[in-house]
Design a protein around this ligand. Structure first.
Ligand SMILES: NC(=O)c1ccc[n+]([C@@H]2O[C@H](COP(=O)([O-])OP(=O)(O)OC[C@H]3O[C@@H](n4cnc5c(N)ncnc54)[C@H](OP(=O)(O)O)[C@@H]3O)[C@@H](O)[C@H]2O)c1
Length: 324
């Protein structure tokens, strides 16, 4: 039997309850994993609250986790008992200490990368890579805006974009978060509770605006991000931490011949070769020191409710993980 965090209905953090579930032996193409670390993402909060109705109930949420393979089913090639692996799965079920999963979803964790980092940064790291290379192929010399720059994805975007030669403007909610992003190469930090984002961006860019705005906050910042764009600039709205963006008149984009995209990481990594290449690029950036994200904030498995609450209350920075 495994320990899992099961939800029977949507609601607040209290709907996630520890229950015993049967894992069983892996079927054809599957492996069984003893999980040691689980990533906690905003996606999980949207599922738990009912904003996303993508998990059949009762069900076990959670997109990503890491651990050790304890059994291998028939026909599985390339993976063996004892190997350290990480996965991201749209079929959920990561909130458990042990599970069966299709071997197709697995990525090996390279030496030098710990399981907490792997489990809590696969989604965030591959998202940052996709945003900077596929959604908007960033070029050296461009100026960009990153909303929620101290967030899990935000810190990775800031540091990676800076490394790629961009000038990075980041918004944060506190002086403490400002220090975190300055340490990761953010060239200009805007404390959005005290300063007007659009005015500061226009001043920093001598009125031009930014080539791209990466916005994961959604409802509260969408129009400010749009107002910060240079002519031909792109708004990449990849999240909705403050709520979904209201419908927008397309004619607004004519002001600067701007574009808006609402990307989902999974669409860019559907092809296993793309997924593996993205994961490899992220792990390499971690190992080589190009990325030095703040260590993930770690909660005991049973304190999932607190982890969700802290993320919703904006108390976290960087990635968030459960330790099993
Ligand atoms: N499209 C995709 O494929 C994809 C993939 C991964 C993540 N995402 C999205 O990207 C976003 C960032 O994920 P993350 O894990 O890195 O989270 P995060 O950015 O670490 O956490 C949210 C941060 O957003 C800011 N924020 C502003 N308004 C907020 C509000 N009303 N409620 C809560 N937070 C608010 C807070 O920072 P301040 O204190 O600085 O304001 C908060 O700490 C999420 O929306 C997530 O769903 C999308």
């Amino acid at each position: 039997m495994a320990k899992a965090l099961v939800m029977h209905e949507a609601g607040g953090p209290e709907v996630l309850r520890v229950e015993e579930v049967d894992v069983g032996d892996p079927g054809p193409g599957e492996v069984r994993i003893k999980q040691t670390a689980i990533g906690v993402n905003f996606h999980d909060i949207y599922v738990r609250s009912g904003l996303y109705k993508t998990l059949p109930l009762p069900g076990i949420p959670g997109l990503e986790a890491a651990g050790e393979i304890t059994a291998v089913g028939e026909g599985v090639e390339g993976f063996a008992v004892g190997e350290r692996v990480v996965y991201v799965s749209g079929n959920y079920g990561a909130y458990a200490d042990e599970r069966r999963i299709s071997a197709d979803t697995l990525v090996k964790i390279p030496d030098g990368v710990d399981e907490i980092s792997a489990a809590s940064m696969m989604v965030r790291g591959s998202t940052a890579h996709v945003l900077l290379h596929q959604v908007f192929p960033l070029q050296a010399g461009q100026t960009i805006l990153v909303q929620s720059a101290a967030g899990g994805v935000g810190q990775l975007l800031v540091q990676w974009a800076h490394h790629m030669g961009a000038t990075v403007i980041g918004t944060v909610g506190s002086e403490e978060k400002a220090e975190l992003v300055r340490a990761r190469g953010c060239d200009h930090v805007i404390l959005y509770r005290e300063e007007d984002i659009v005015e500061r961006v226009r001043a920093i860019t001598q009125g031009e605006g930014v080539a791209v705005a990466y916005d994961s906050v959604g409802k509260d910042t969408f129009y400010a991000s749009l107002d910060c764009l240079a002519p031909l600039g792109h708004l990449v709205n990849f999240g909705q931490s403050s709520g979904p963006v209201e419908p927008m008149p397309v004619s607004l984009l004519a002001r600067g011949s701007n574009t808006v995209v609402r990307p989902m990481r999974g669409h860019y990594t559907r092809d296993p070769k793309e997924r593996d290449a993205t994961a490899a690029a992220f792990f390499e950036a971690l190992k080589s020191g190009v990325l030095t994200p703040e260590p993930p904030r770690v909660y005991p498995f049973e304190q999932i409710g607190q982890a969700h609450q802290d993320m919703e209350d904006r108390l976290t920075s960087g990635a968030v993980a459960l330790k099993v």
